[in-house]
Design a protein around this ligand. Structure first.
Ligand code: Q46
Ligand code: ZN
Length: 299
C-alpha cells in the first residue's frame, strides 16, 4: 500500500478509521497535527499553561510528553515511584532519559519515602490497581497544586477510554459516566486534567513511539496481568476489526452525550481532609486513610 500523503513511499500504517495509509516519514507529522486538532477542538491546553505530564516510562505517556514539548508547550514530567521491585526502577530510568533528552524537569514522587508504604506493601481492601489509581490521582493533583502547575496531562489513549466506558456501561454506573472526560475542568482544590491522546488507538501511539525512537519501557506492570480492562480492550478490538471506526464513534458520541449523565452524579460537599488538607467528601481523605499520615507540608 502506498502512502496517501506523499504518494511515493510504502505505508507503514493504515489508519482504518480514516482509510488513511501513511509512510514512516509522513506519519509522525500527521500524528502531531492530529494532536493539535484534538487540543483545539476540546480546548484542552493554552499556550500559557504550565503542564505537568504524568509519565510512567511507557510508550503513551512518554510519547505525550515528547509531543507536547515538540508542539511548544511548557510541559514538565511527574513520575510516581510505586515501589514495585525492578519495574519501578526500570520505568524511572526511561523517564530520566526522556527528561534529559527533552531538557525538561522531572519530578519524582517516591511513595515509600513519602508515606512509608509502597504499592506492594499495601494491605488492600480494594484491588491493587484501584488503590494505585487512587494514589496516582491524589499525587498528581497535589503535586500540581504545590508546584504551581495549572493542568495535568495524562497519556490515556482511545483503547483506555473505550475500555473504561465499556466497564462503566456493564455496571450501569451512570454517575461514573459523568466523571469521565477528555477535559476535566478545574474546580476549587483540583487542577484541570486533560487527555490529548484520547482519540489515538494504542497501535497509533505505538507506531509514533517507534518511528520517533522514543526510549520507553516495553514491559507491563506485574499487577496488570489479568486486569479486566485487558479483556475489554480485546473485545473492542474484535468489534473494531469487523467495523473500523467503532471505537472513535463510541467515544465521540459519549463526549457529545456526556452532559446527560451529570445529573446522576452525587455531588457531595467538599471539605478539607483533617490530615493533609486536600479537599475530600469525608473527614479523612481516601489517600490518608490508605497510606496513613502525610502531613500538610510541601515536598
Ligand atoms: S501501575 Fe498501578 Fe497500573 Fe500497576 S498497580 Fe495496577 S494501576 S497495573 S496503570
Ligand atoms: Zn488527606
Amino acid at each position: 500500500m502506498i502512502c496517501r500523503k506523499c504518494k511515493k513511499r510504502k505505508a507503514v500504517i493504515n489508519i482504518k478509521a480514516y482509510r488513511l495509509p501513511l509512510c514512516d516519514e509522513c506519519y509522525p507529522g500527521w500524528f502531531i497535527e492530529r494532536t493539535k486538532k484534538v487540543i483545539k477542538e476540546f480546548s484542552l491546553l493554552k499556550k500559557e499553561d504550565r503542564i505537568l505530564t504524568a509519565v510512567s516510562g511507557g510508550k503513551d505517556s512518554l510519547s505525550l510528553w515528547h509531543t507536547l514539548c515538540k508542539i511548544g508547550y511548557n510541559a514538565d514530567g511527574l513520575y510516581i515511584h510505586l515501589g514495585i521491585e525492578g519495574y519501578s526502577e526500570r520505568s524511572l530510568e526511561k523517564c530520566r532519559i526522556a527528561s534529559e533528552k527533552l531538557n525538561r524537569r522531572l519530578i519524582v514522587y517516591n511513595l515509600k519515602e513519602k508515606t512509608g508504604k509502597s504499592i506492594p506493601e499495601i494491605k488492600d481492601l480494594r484491588s491493587k490497581c484501584s488503590t494505585c489509581g487512587l494514589a496516582k490521582r491524589y499525587i498528581m493533583n497535589r503535586t500540581a497544586l504545590e508546584e504551581g502547575y495549572n493542568v495535568v496531562a495524562t497519556g490515556h489513549n482511545l483503547d483506555d477510554e473505550c475500555a473504561s466506558l465499556l466497564s462503566t456501561a456493564l455496571r450501569w454506573d451512570l454517575g461514573y459516566f459523568g466523571r469521565q472526560d477528555i477535559n476535566l475542568p478545574e474546580m476549587k482544590g483540583f487542577v484541570r486534567k486533560v487527555k490529548p491522546f484520547a482519540f489515538f488507538s494504542e497501535k497509533e501511539v505505538l507506531t509514533f513511539a517507534l518511528l520517533q525512537r522514543i526510549d520507553y519501557l516495553d514491559e507491563e506492570c506485574p499487577y496488570a496481568e489479568g486486569a479486566t480492562s485487558i479483556l475489554y480492550k480485546e473485545v473492542l478490538n474484535i468489534i473494531e476489526n469487523r467495523s473500523p471506526g467503532t471505537k472513535i464513534r463510541f467515544y465521540r458520541e459519549f463526549l457529545l452525550k456526556k452532559k446527560e449523565f451529570e445529573k446522576f452524579r452525587e455531588l457531595e460537599e467538599l471539605r478539607e481532609c483533617s490530615i493533609c488538607g486536600q479537599l475530600t467528601t469525608r473527614e479523612i481523605c481516601a489517600f490518608c486513610k490508605t497510606f496513613g499520615k502525610l502531613e500538610n507540608r510541601s515536598y
